[in-house]
Design a protein around this ligand. Structure first.
Ligand SMILES: *Cc1c(COP(=O)(O)O)cnc(C)c1O
Length: 366
């Protein structure tokens, strides 16, 4: 049996007619940037995220960087980010002009460990960027308390967790703002690059709206040195189609994860932990195994695609040598990078396919 790590096919086949209609609608209108589709998607997505405003952006990186800029975080400032995340989290801070300061995750949930945040706070710290990684919500209560105590902004990185909930409340509605990515592989994915920032702060929403469009409040009038990062009409139209199905498709991921959690029982494998407070949406199903590379080969030989999130931690990346960290600086992130393996997880996996993956993992021996 051949099971890819991810496939968009089942979902695309199901939504085929609606996606083509969305394309036709935009094409007939012949209006591609800053139009009704963007506005319509922004309204629905703000509602979905229990937030007052949504501003579409060109990608998730900008959806995180623009709110930092809007809050005035930049040169000379520090922003706390987890040591185990996709590099875009740190790059958003760098592009805003500030310095990312890394904090280790909790080994069970993979999300930033709130108990370690206070130690990393200095008189330069301006914001915390918690990442709801792999679709799991961060432990937000202590993070919010810390931010309040030290007067820090919270910009949530929701790129992997559209629709996840913490204590019943949807992620993206906790912080001062939140950034989403609609990269095709995300739980809500466009047919290309796209992103959005949500916030309930009107002034910040207005500022981000200007910043994404050359810092312009009205045409050819520029109040900021802005970026070009708009959500184009085609992607907005596709996203509106897919948003309608997001909860159902997340529920299907939860069903797959439920089977993995219940039926994988190989003592060589560590399964992810779901705390009581969490309703995760399983962007990634991350297991750990001391012999990860052997397991990867074993699964590949059986036709099962896997992935690693992430094989080189941020502090070990060549581009971030200037942060002054080295091997051993973040042992938990390093251990995750050496032992983590991501299992196939996508809408439309059949029961047989899920069962085949489980059997293959349970059959793994040294
Ligand atoms: C995907 C991702 C981003 C960046 O999104 P892009 O749309 O690729 O720019 C940021 N943070 C995390 C955690 C991500 O997974």
């Amino acid at each position: 049996m051949d099971i890819p790590f991810v496939s968009f096919r089942p979902m695309e086949r199901e939504l085929d007619k609606d996606l083509r209609e969305a394309f036709n609608r935009v094409y007939e209108r012949s209006w591609y940037i800053d139009g009704v589709e963007d506005k319509c998607f922004e309204d629905s997505f703000a509602k979905y995220c229990d937030s007052k405003y949504c501003i579409g952006t060109g990608n998730g990186l900008d959806a995180l960087m623009l709110p930092l800029k809007a809050f005035g975080v930049g040169e000379g400032d520090e922003v706390i980010v987890p040591s185990n995340t996709f590099i875009a989290t740190a790059l958003a801070v760098t592009y805003a002009g500030a310095k990312p300061v890394l904090v280790e995750p909790d080994k069970d949930t993979y999300c930033i460990n709130p108990l370690l945040i206070e130690n990393a706070i200095t008189n330069k710290t301006r914001a915390i960027m918690p990442v709801h990684l792999y679709g799991q919500p961060c432990d937000m209560d202590p993070i919010m308390d810390m931010a309040k105590k030290h007067h820090l902004y919270i910009i949530e990185d929701c790129a992997q967790s559209h629709g996840a909930r913490y204590k019943g409340k949807i992620i993206g509605s906790f912080g001062d703002a939140a950034g989403f990515s609609f990269y095709p592989g995300k739980n809500l994915g466009a047919l290309g690059d796209a992103g959005a920032t949500v916030t309930s702060d009107k002034a910040i929403a207005d500022k981000i709206r200007a910043l994404r469009n050359y810092g312009s409040d009205y045409k050819y009038h520029h109040i900021f040195k802005g970026n070009n990062s708009r959500l184009d009409e085609l992607q907005a139209a596709f996203l509106s189609v897919k948003l309608e199905h997001l909860n159902r498709m997340n529920a299907e991921r939860c069903r797959i994860a439920g089977r993995y959690l219940n039926e994988i029982d190989n003592p060589l494998i560590t399964l992810p932990v779901v705390p009581d407070y969490a309703d995760p949406v399983w962007h990634i199903f991350a297991i750990r195994c001391a012999r990860r590379d052997q397991l990867e080969k074993h699964l590949a030989n059986l036709g099962i695609g896997t992935n690693k999130h992430y094989p080189i931690p941020i502090h070990m990346q060549e581009c971030y040598r200037d942060l002054g960290y080295n091997e051993g600086s973040f042992p938990i992130a390093e251990e995750i990078s050496k032992t983590e393996l991501s299992l196939p997880m996508y809408y439309g996996m059949s029961d047989d396919e899920i069962g085949y993956v489980i059997e293959a993992i349970n059959g793994f021996t040294l």
